[in-house]
Design a protein around this ligand. Structure first.
Ligand code: GLU
Length: 446
């Protein structure tokens, strides 16, 4: 069966799945359309002199999905898959992620369509500077605040800050971007924050007793797909908590070791060779093999559309914690639910990155420097609180199903009955409910 893999169409399906549970939205079509539509889409063309002296043209995008709850917030990625629909979807997910984390930001995202792995450092620097110059005042400390995402890092954020700051002399521009180097207003623990947040979310969820047969991470067999910032740090963090890492992967392939792999050796092999494939003590598999191994916890940490209708029936983990944005399609969600597999959704599980970005932003506004313990403890509290909120919301939704079904049939006569809500739907209900409450409180201007 073919499924629509367009990320923006997927975001819409997720939104529609949440609507029947958000009071007053189900029948209030205009309000729902407003909450889903992106506020602003900026497309820029970037001419860049490459190392060979020739000019190449790149496309850049910045989408602000919502500023309802605060300035736009979200990363910038450099990747060949970047296009308007992908950036729109990622911006929408940021709105929901920030609302669920209860931090005072809306949602935004940006990207440049390019194969960053094939660009030199200097070429990436020129693309970044030209992109930020082209965006001009579309970003700003109180309007829209970028951060790292796929194939961008603290160095990229330093260039973003510097470019913006050169155009805004005499003001404190540090809060215009987060994920900066420590020597430039960055915060301790930002690079590990996404993985740490995934860890806190699984830890809290397991402790809630909602997963049969497992209540702690200690001794769990963990498979991680993707070995970028999120996947790599996750391997170390879960290993340190007593988990056994049985598979990792990157774009070139998987490194599999059913009895457990040596995380430090895999990291060293990745640094030396550019890939985890062929790391000592592991066998080779194709890039998606890590998704399908026997394990207790699967962490997709690569990108969108990795668990689809094509492979959902072969996922063996009873628990999936999404470190990537959008790794599971709506079709796969249904298959996983039918098979009794629990998914901790991206907007909940991977919010650690943007939560610590928020701490960095506060730190920069106040010209202060937070301590590592303070960052870690505050992150833990935020993730525990939102995990508890999603678990409680799902319980409440399941208990109220007869009422929700009846209301649904009344609003949409003849519609397919609602399926039992999973944690993705519950998370979206909390998030969309909060953005709706804010929108109602503010009213429609003028
Ligand atoms: N790019 C990350 C995400 O998708 C972090 C965004 C941020 O820190 O603003 O959540």
């Amino acid at each position: 069966m073919a499924e629509d893999l367009n990320p923006h169409a997927i975001a819409r399906t997720q939104f529609d799945n949440a609507l029947p549970y958000v009071d007053s939205l189900v029948g209030w079509k205009g309000m729902a359309e407003w909450l889903f539509a992106p506020e602003k889409i900026v497309t820029v063309t970037l001419p860049v002199v490459m190392d060979d002296g020739l000019v190449r043209t790149f496309q850049g995008y910045r989408v602000i999905h919502s500023t309802g709850r605060g300035p736009g917030k979200g990363g910038i990625r450099f990747h060949p898959s970047v296009d308007e629909d992908e950036v729109k979807a990622l911006a929408t997910w940021m709105t929901w992620k920030c609302a669920l984390a209860d931090i005072p930001f809306g949602g935004a995202k940006g990207g440049v369509t390019c194969d960053a792995a094939k660009l030199s450092l200097e070429e990436r620097r020129r693309i970044t500077r030209r992109f930020i110059a082209a965006l001009g005042d579309n970003i700003g400390p109180h309007t829209d605040v970028p951060a790292p995402d796929m194939y961008t890092d603290a160095q990229t954020m330093a260039w973003i800050y510097d470019t913006y700051s050169m155009m805004h002399r005499g003001t404190n521009s540090l809060p215009v971007v987060t994920g900066k180097p420590l020597d430039l207003g960055g915060i301790v623990g930002r690079s590990t924050a996404t993985a740490r947040g995934v860890f806190f979310c699984t830890e809290r969820f397991l402790a809630s007793g909602r997963l049969p047969k497992r209540s702690t991470i200690d001794g769990a067999r963990v498979a991680i797909q993707g070995f970028g910032n999120a996947g790599r740090h996750a391997a170390t963090i879960y290993r340190d908590a007593g988990a056994v890492i049985v598979a990792v992967s990157d774009t070139r392939g998987s490194a599999l070791a059913p009895q457990g792999l040596d995380v430090d050796a895999v990291c060293a092999h990745k640094d030396a060779s550019g890939s985890v494939v062929g790391a000592p003590g592991t066998t080779k598999g194709d890039p998606r093999a890590a998704l399908e191994v026997e394990c207790d916890l699967l962490i997709p940490a690569a990108m969108e559309n990795q668990i689809t209708l094509e492979n959902a029936a072969r996922i063996k983990a009873p628990l999936v914690a999404e470190a990537a944005n959008g790794p599971t399609t709506p079709g796969a969600d249904v298959v996983l639910a039918e098979r009794g597999i629990t998914v901790l959704p991206d907007i909940l599980a991977n919010a650690g990155g943007v939560i610590v970005s928020y701490f960095e932003w506060v730190q920069n506004l106040q010209n202060e420097q937070w301590e590592a313990d303070h960052v870690d403890e505050s992150l833990r509290k935020h993730i525990y609180r939102s995990t508890d909120a999603v678990v409680a919301k799902r319980d409440e939704m399941i208990a109220g199903m007869p009422t929700y079904q009846a209301r649904w049939q009344e609003m949409r006569p003849g519609a397919t009955p609602l399926r039992n809500p999973d944690y993705r739907i519950a998370a979206a209900v909390v998030a969309v409910g909060r953005t709706k409450a804010t929108a109602e409180a503010r009213g429609v201007w003028p």
